[in-house]
Design a protein around this ligand. Structure first.
Ligand code: BT5
Length: 260
């Protein structure tokens, strides 16, 4: 059971302004966008015990069984250009992977652009949504889904080969009440570092947690499919691919499959 009092205490004194916990919700991102539109402050956090319409990218579904995982969205009001907004996904991925590593010892990795992984299986995902006004970011919502204590049969059969959880990987039940404040505190650290020191430390940390770099990958984007070696990410969070022709190509979005 989630203990909001403990989470608030553990995250106290940080950018976290308010934590809203709802037992069952359609989607924490949906509610956070609504609250953002009503003026909710930077650092407002929405957490649900389960989601009936958890969102992935491109209208996909995020499986959100009750009481076992983390479903959390944070409202941010960053001074960033929309073209740099991928950095918010980088931020949440790094904070989540570090929190999982720190609290559970599991070697969580990041697969570009938004996946948390372990042994090439999906442990979680990030969905960042923006509210733009006159070409500027009014606010952003970064949604974090982490499979913590889901058992194999909590996933639908079509995900059984690709999804995993911290409990499955460590063979031990984990304490969600410790992982949530750790993610929030690390998100706060990374955000402050980004403001004070720029993108470099964040991107270096992403590189050290990445399961993608150096691998032979296929990226399916809205404008084409590219195959090559994942060479690096740039200072906006775009993936730099070395194609077999030797040409370097940057991709800003897409689905990445690791080929070998
Ligand atoms: C994501 O989308 O990975 C972003 C997931 C973000 C979820 C959080 S939960 C809190 C917040 N509120 C929301 O409503 N959403 C955010 P994408 O890269 O498009 O991946 C979606 C795909 O992952 C699906 O099509 C499935 O194949 C797979 N999938 C769905 N649920 C999963 C789960 N629980 N674990 C692992 N894989 C899953």
């Amino acid at each position: 059971m989630l203990n909001c009092g403990n989470i608030k205490t553990a995250a106290a004194g940080r950018a976290v302004r308010e934590i809203i916990y709802i037992e069952s919700l359609d989607s924490t991102n949906r509610l956070a966008m609504e609250l953002g539109d009503k003026g909710a402050l930077h650092g407002t956090v929405v957490i649900a015990g389960s989601q009936t319409k958890g969102r992935g990218r491109l209208g996909r579904r995020w499986e959100s069984p009750a009481g076992v995982n983390i479903y959390m969205s944070v409202i941010l009001r960053p001074d960033l250009e929309p073209k740099d907004a991928t950095l918010l996904t980088v931020l949440s991925s790094v904070a989540s992977a570090r929190a999982i590593r720190g609290e559970t010892g599991l070697n969580a990795e990041i697969k570009w652009p938004n996946d948390l992984m372990c042994r090439d299986k999906k442990l979680g995902g990030i969905l960042t949504e923006l509210r733009l006004i006159s070409g500027k970011i009014l606010f952003a919502v970064t949604g974090i889904g982490i499979n913590v204590n889901a058992a194999g049969d909590d996933f639908p059969p079509e995900l059984s080969a690709t999804a995993t959880s911290v409990m499955i990987e460590t063979a031990a039940k984990q304490d969600i009440n410790k992982i949530i404040p750790s993610v929030l505190n690390k998100l706060d650290d990374c955000y402050n570092n980004l403001l004070q020191k720029g993108t470099r430390p964040l991107l270096d940390e992403w590189r050290s947690l990445s399961s993608t770099l150096g691998r032979h990958v296929r990226v399916t984007t809205g404008s084409g499919i590219y195959t090559g070696i994942a060479q690096d990410i740039d200072d906006k969070g775009m993936l730099i691919l070395r194609l077999s022709s030797g040409e370097l190509r940057k991709v800003s979005e897409g689905d990445l499959n690791i080929l070998r």
